[in-house]
Write a protein that binds this ligand. Structure first.
Ligand code: ARG
Length: 594
């Protein structure tokens, strides 16, 4: 279904053309002065130059030709603006059609695209911390937006499970438990099924090992060697690796579940391993990869670059695969399994050089076609109020689990304050609202921007927050419930548009609510095209504001004109459903009460 802007643009085109002016001047936009009009067209100003006429004359010509049924107001304003308001009957008709067509007027592209979204990016053996919040939350939302928009989407967590950290863990484990069979070179038996550590021990092993690597060169060397051996599939190290994965993934799944983040695939860097050797051989054979200081590299410089980019290392001098290697080989695996039209990677924006290297190398070496859509969505840092990366009170890294608990506790206090509710119910509500607070706070910022973590603000029921949106939805739910309780009609029988062509007075707040509802398709399209969840946030914030103004201006339940009341009920039910679609795309839900 065409967006409002397209329909208005088409109407303007007709009017421009019938006056003998070129259609290219007919573009309509949302008004930047909503106090004056809803939409505007500034084409008369540009046309004036081409036709050597005063812009106001052109605007007047056009206005005279415009279809009056569509607009309640079309006027030419000096020096040559055309200001427009849609007729309420046109708007209600548009909304009615939107409801008929399902998915609120959004039309999926004819050809379904296949998109792989690589997000989450947790590293095994390390607990999820605040740094993992954004890739999970943003990636999940992008996945849902793309799905809604019609793509076949494959979300892959792409675990960090093949790098140096595994070698470090292996050597730390050797230092702690040298008697284990994995370290006995003469051991010939089967390796135990049971892991020689549990999750809490593993979480202690990793940071110790990582610290040791920095201060103890002998340990660091061992860790490197262990990594290379693992990558050469040395059986005892493969066995330890498998234990690390099993113990860690179980814990990660639980944590991602708590965030309502679900991956279609739980693959990792290690799954690229079978593709690495052939990939590198081919890169060398084709003359793209060459040796430089012992390592194998591919130049990525392109004509027109404004700075110099270092080449992409595809194999280190000790033979180990690195981050770039596994990302490249993973592309081969994804091409084989899914033939995606598009790849979206969600990772820290400081990795932009890494992705530039990977994308250019992939294209140069023919892993994908030159025109493949490879997108890196780089996100900014979550900072504390001091503007530095957010830390716990004692200066440590904030674990995601604790962070969620803190938010939920805060919401719980708010839900409980000044009223009676069972603890169980309040806890349940707090969990739903807390997650919305956390996700909305993150998603409402443009991904690339840093933001300040502020529990107080995020959990406020007022302002541009998740709880405010949910509060609005709960308010609509309670009106709809009351309407039903009072014996109101089934909303399926209610209409927004009057069949008999009669009309009534519409206050600006109701018009603004209708306009917001009608912009759903345009909003989803933008969020999809620009891979921008924050557009959905802005939209539902505007929508909630529009609803609350409408709510305060009108006594919906007290309205005596029952036809009008029915139209209102239908409208707010539509608003609720649109908000539900939107928060689903953001990855959270609304409670029944709060
Ligand atoms: N594990 C990586 C990290 O912690 C993020 C992975 C992002 N995805 C990718 N395909 N490189 O930084």
């Amino acid at each position: 279904m065409n967006t409002l802007l397209t329909l208005i643009g088409n109407e303007m085109k007709k009017a421009f053309a019938s006056c003998g002016y070129d259609e290219k001047f007919a573009q309509a936009t949302v008004s930047n002065r909503p106090d004056l009009c809803q939409f505007q067209c500034n084409g008369a100003m540009a046309a004036a130059k081409e036709y050597h006429k005063a812009p106001i004359m052109i605007a007047n010509d056009v206005v005279a030709k415009v279809d009056k049924a569509m607009f309640s107001k079309v006027e030419a304003v000096a020096p040559g603006f055309i200001n427009m308001d849609l007729a309420p009957a046109f708007l209600t008709g548009y909304l009615e059609e939107m409801l008929l067509r399902g998915v609120y007027g959004y039309e999926k592209p004819e050809k379904q695209r296949v998109t792989v979204i690589d997000y989450g990016g947790a590293n095994v053996a390390k607990p999820l911390h605040i740094g993992h919040l954004r890739p999970a939350v943003i990636g999940e939302s992008i996945k849902r937006i793309y799905k809604f928009a019609g793509d076949k989407v494959i979300g892959d967590v792409h675990l960090g499970d093949w790098g140096l950290q595994i070698g470090q863990i292996i050597e730390e484990l050797r230092d702690r438990k040298p008697e284990l069979c994995y370290f006995d070179e003469s051991y010939k038996g089967e390796y135990p099924k049971e892991a020689p550590f549990d999750i809490s021990e593993l979480e202690d092993i990793y940071p110790t090992a990582s610290k040791k690597s920095k201060t103890d060169p002998e340990f660091a060397k061992r860790a490197h060697e262990a990594t290379v051996k693992l990558q050469e599939n040395y059986p005892p190290f493969r066995a330890i690796w498998q234990h690390i994965i099993n113990v860690s993934v179980k814990d990660l799944k639980k944590n991602y579940d708590n965030l309502n983040v679900n991956f279609d695939l739980w693959l990792g860097e290690s799954d690229a391993e079978p593709f690495i050797a052939d990939m590198i051989d081919k890169m060398v054979k084709d003359g793209f990869a060459y040796e430089s200081q012992g390592a194998l590299v591919v130049d990525i410089a392109e004509e027109g670059d404004s700075k110099e980019y270092p080449p992409c290392i595809v194999r280190k001098s000790d033979g180990a695969a690195i981050y770039q290697t596994t990302d490249l080989a993973t592309i081969i695996q994804r091409e084989r399994d899914f033939k995606p039209d598009k790849y979206v990677y969600v990772a820290d924006k400081r990795q932009d050089l890494h992705f530039l290297q990977v994308f250019r190398t992939a294209k140069k070496c023919g892993l994908v076609n030159e025109d493949k859509d490879l997108l890196f969505v780089g996100f900014g840092t979550v900072n504390g109020k001091d503007g530095k990366p957010f830390k716990t009170r004692d200066g440590g890294v904030m674990r995601l689990e604790y962070l969620i608990t803190e938010i939920n506790d805060e919401v719980y206090k708010k839900v409980m304050s000044g009223r009676e509710m069972s603890e169980e119910n309040a806890r349940k509500i707090a969990k739903t609202v807390g997650l919305a607070a956390l996700k909305y706070a993150d998603l409402s910022n443009q991904a690339a921007k840093d933001y300040i973590f502020d529990i107080d603000r995020f959990t406020s029921f007022e302002g541009n927050t998740g709880p405010y949106i949910l509060y609005t939805m709960v308010r609509i739910k309670s009106i709809l419930a009351k309407y039903k309780e009072n014996g109101g009609k089934d909303t399926k029988e209610l209409k927004l548009k009057r069949e008999d062509g009669s009309t009534r007075e519409y206050k600006p707040s109701e018009i603004s609510l209708m306009l917001n509802a009608a912009r759903f398709n345009e909003t989803v399209e933008k969020a999809y095209q620009e891979t921008a969840p924050h557009k959905i946030c802005q939209y539902i914030y505007d929508m909630s504001n529009a609803f609350n103004s409408f709510y305060h201006e009108n006594r919906i339940m007290g309205e005596e004109d029952l036809v009008k009341q029915g139209e209102w009920i239908k409208l707010i039910e539509t608003i609720l459903h649109i908000l539900e679609e939107c928060i689903d795309m953001l990855g959270f839900e609304a409670p029944e009460q709060m």
